[in-house]
Design a protein. Structure first.
Length: 317
């Protein structure tokens, strides 16, 4: 039986191995035909020569990833072990920087490769589509970028909007005036902002219009300039709504459109404006499109498994 010894240099074994050697256990799952033993600052692997060569190559990528980002978690390991090359998961140093320091000193930065690609795409383009399932950080990363642009005086206002599709609930039966009915629907946007801007300052911004949160219908007839504009849940726009929104773009504006084409709540036989726009605009220069997937889910680990399970059912349809 062949043996491979990898010695960790300038890397604390505990940080690389993870609590209770969780990272080593994950490696064993990906290389079940190898016997892998971690002791001290060395990792020993026993098995066929071809498998050991592949293991050595992946370990080199993992140690390079750790040296670059000073962390190693399940998402990073899975992406490194399943990627064809480092280009599939590596992005520029700038895209990995802290986006903003949130409330209580909370550090807000992209957590996954595709979130870093989203940050990079927003730097390069004035309009970006971020496509992916729930929990992949599309909206949260976008709001962080908007807050950063406002703090740096790159824009004068932030505009956050969603199409008011009722998603199985009837807004008309909810108590209160229009704002009270819509506020719960806009809650994910408020939640993200509360992580990044102190409550008193956020209330001031909302009152003076520096930050506006409104349903998509309120965008009609406006020219949105000097603004960072986010359209959330874009899959629930119609053809007319999407065309209306896209043509609101004014001077010195950044537009981010997020959505999950797999969660359309529109009436049957109504074409999703997001799906249509992705087809129509895919070759338009100056527009970026970033796809996120279940490997970017940063909620509870079960969320990723749920997305994968539903994907199998959806593929049958």
């Amino acid at each position: 039986m062949n043996e491979l010894i990898i010695e960790l240099e300038e890397i604390a074994p505990k940080d690389f191995f993870g609590d209770h050697n969780v990272n080593i256990e994950l490696l064993k799952k990906y290389f079940p035909k190898l016997k892998i033993v971690a002791r001290g600052n060395k990792i020993k692997a026993y098995g066929d020569e071809d498998l050991l060569e592949e293991f050595d190559k992946r370990m080199t990528l993992l140690t390079e990833h750790f040296a670059k980002y000073n962390r190693l978690d399940e998402n990073a390991i899975e992406r490194v072990l399943t990627s064809e090359s480092s280009e599939d998961y590596a992005t520029s140093e700038k895209s990995n920087e802290v986006i903003v320091h949130g409330v209580g000193g909370k550090i807000i930065k992209p957590q996954t490769a595709n979130q870093r690609k989203l940050v990079e795409s927003m730097r390069k383009h004035d309009m970006v589509f971020a496509i992916g399932p729930a929990g992949t950080g599309k909206t949260y990363t976008g709001v962080a970028l908007a807050v950063k642009a406002l703090k740096n005086k790159e824009v004068k206002r932030i505009i956050l909007t969603r199409p008011a599709v009722e998603a199985g609930e009837n807004l008309g039966f909810l108590p209160g005036d229009l704002k009270e009915k819509l506020d719960p629907y806009m809650q994910p946007l408020y939640d993200a902002l509360r992580d990044m801007i102190p409550a008193e300052k956020l209330a001031q911004f909302l009152e003076n219009g520096t930050i506006q949160i409104a349903p998509l219908a309120f965008m009609r007839g406006r020219t949105l300039d000097n603004a960072f504009v986010i359209l959330d849940e874009g899959q629930n726009t119609t053809h007319n709504q999407m065309k209306m929104f896209l043509t609101r773009m004014g001077k010195n504006a950044k537009f981010l459109l997020t959505g999950d084409p797999g969660q359309v709540d529109l009436p049957r036989r109504t074409t999703s404006g997001l799906k249509e726009a992705l087809l129509i605009l895919r070759n338009v220069e100056g527009i970026g499109i970033v796809y996120l997937d279940e490997t970017d889910v940063i909620r509870h680990k079960l969320v990723r498994k749920i997305i994968e399970a539903y994907k199998e059912i959806d593929s049958i349809d």
